[in-house]
Design a protein around this ligand. Sequence first.
Ligand code: NAD
Ligand code: ZN
Length: 309
Amino acid sequence: MEGLRAAGLAAEAIIIPPGEGSKTLAQAGELYDLMLRAGIDRGSVVVALGGGVVTDLGGFAAATYMRGIPWIAVSTTLLGQVDASVGGKTGVDHPQCKNLIGAFHQPSAVLADVSTLATLPDEELRTGLAEVVKHAVIRDAALFEMLERDAARILAREPAVLEDVVARNVRIKAAVVMADERESDLRRILNYGHTIGHAIESLAMESGDRKMTHGRAVALGMVAEADIAVRRGLVGRAVADRQRNLLARFGLPVRADAAMDVSRCLDLMRHDKKAEAGRLRLVLPESIGAVRVVADVTDDEICIALGTI
Ligand SMILES: NC(=O)c1ccc[n+]([C@@H]2O[C@H](COP(=O)([O-])OP(=O)(O)OC[C@H]3O[C@@H](n4cnc5c(N)ncnc54)[C@H](O)[C@@H]3O)[C@@H](O)[C@H]2O)c1
Ligand SMILES: [Zn+2]
């Protein structure tokens, strides 16, 4: 704020409560009221400073206020820097469906300063690292090797290493999204680990398990999806093991809870599938750095993977 004012720019701060609970239409409505009161118009810029919740909500407010005004994303979480701030998806949750209401609205600029990550809770760092491993497995074997080599330095949050990690990940996500902004075939590869991961996350939410973060669920999703690929002979067991070892080094889970209700998990996946017009597509690794989208995975294959990982 001081910096903006010192540069001669009039600025108003709007602070929202932390957490996914703020990603609502009601919160967006409050933002519109405050923006109107502050005299924000088409000549103004929204600066969304925070994690993915703030950039999704702030970007959505910018996309819809006066039919769209410019915005800048300033991400302060690892997940925000490597994922949420890249690609132009903005939005809020509906009580029955996450990210149901939204718009594509590219930010005019994205800033990622890794020094903000110094204060990030460990669990939030881990959530970002799950997406980082995902990017490496789907597109970049050299990044995967770097993560294996520098895992300790990443966990120690060495700024130079984090900067390299963020830059490489932004490039991967940006390249995929630029080739395919509106989510057809190529963008789907970003869902690696997420088809099964989302179901695990929803299942945990239903049973009140608050420890199952998005990153933890995605890690388990990647382990399960890699296991399916191994059983199909798409990839060797050694590749799945390397992925499992890296996830474990980052403190992410690699074994499903033996008490997990696998059939309920499948129900939740079918529910997602309906939302996606019928076909359950899974992204399966073929090697470190390359994946394939398959549409013929059976319930049995998913059950076996979830039951044995
Ligand atoms: N638009 C997209 O393409 C996209 C992609 C992935 C995820 N998302 C969305 O991103 C959201 C999750 O984002 P997130 O993981 O950043 O969560 P978040 O925004 O809720 O931030 C996590 C927590 O960290 C705190 N925090 C933020 N920066 C901090 C810092 N520097 N130091 C200490 N604490 C800090 C926040 O207040 C919050 O409590 C979800 O709503 C998800 O749907 C969007
Ligand atoms: Zn994710």
